[in-house]
Design a binder for this molecule. Structure first.
Ligand code: IPE
Ligand code: IPE
Ligand code: MG
Length: 239
């Protein structure tokens, strides 16, 4: 959606899915069980986005900063992602969802990379229904730095001129497939972006919820969409 155009329903939604650890702790479960429940919620939310005809859903699954977590938690998350791709791919194909991963996810190893590329290939022809983008080993600041480096190389190689640099060219080089996020939701009670999509959320409406991600339901998403539809988006204009 171009900035300045009023839309009742968010076309592009992003979610910072926070609270898996606290959810597991509150149920005296191992941390991986919290992440597992989190993956199940993703399935329900994707289904809801398909039925609401949302254009894109961009999910923060693992940040560059999350690499500082214990090795056992990280390998648990890696296994869950592999499992989720395996289990949920047939449903995504059936629902014509285009799946993309972005971020420096190669750091998780060649096994996961192969599975991601295969899943992306199997859903790449679906462009009109939901685009499901998963940020994996992603950091908003490093995304902007990498875009700047690529622009510099393009200028040095002669394929781009300094006058070609504008707001759109930074987006073209960004790892994130979406240009503008209309609605950003963060669960888990904290009011911060935690280095997610810094450039793309410039004019996003932001909803912070106390609910932990494993407790988030399609009714919560419906509520957020309803809240969004009541907001007057001014984009700096005097209306
Ligand atoms: C979000 O849940 C998932 C990831 C960051 C991978 P957390 O694991 O951060 O859950 P809390 O914030 O510790 O409860
Ligand atoms: C944000 O949650 C990252 C993801 C949801 C993947 P964190 O739990 O890592 O963020 P902080 O540490 O509370 O800022
Ligand atoms: Mg957290």
């Amino acid at each position: 959606m171009a900035l300045g155009v009023q839309s009742k329903k968010p076309e592009n939604i992003a979610i910072i899915m926070d609270g898996n650890g606290r959810w597991a702790k509150s149920h005296s479960f191992e941390i991986t069980k919290g992440h597992k429940r989190g993956v199940e919620v993703v399935r329900e939310i994707v289904e809801e986005c398909v039925s609401q005809h949302i254009n894109s859903l961009t999910l923060f699954a693992f940040s560059t900063e999350n690499w500082t977590r214990p090795k056992t938690e990280i390998s648990g998350i890696k296994n869950l992602i592999i499992e989720a791709i395996h289990e949920q791919l047939p449903e995504l194909v059936e629902k014509k969802v285009k799946l993309s991963f972005f971020g420096n996810y190669s750091k998780f190893g060649s096994n996961i990379k192969e599975k991601i590329l295969d899943a992306e290939k199997k859903t790449s022809k679906y462009k009109e229904d939901l685009r499901l983008n998963i940020a994996l080993s992603y950091g908003g600041r490093s995304d902007i730095v990498e875009s700047c480096k690529q622009i510099t190389s393009s200028i040095i190689s002669g394929s781009m001129e300094e006058s070609d640099i504008n707001e759109e060219s930074i987006l073209e080089f960004s790892q994130c497939p979406e240009n503008n996020i209309d609605l950003l939701i963060r669960t888990g009670g904290d009011h911060r972006i935690s280095n997610f999509l810094l450039y793309q959320v410039a004019y996003a409406e932001i909803i912070f919820l106390d609910k932990l991600w494993p407790d988030f339901t399609k009714l919560d998403l419906q509520d957020c969409i309803k809240q969004f539809s009541k907001v007057e988006r001014r984009f700096g204009q005097r209306l």
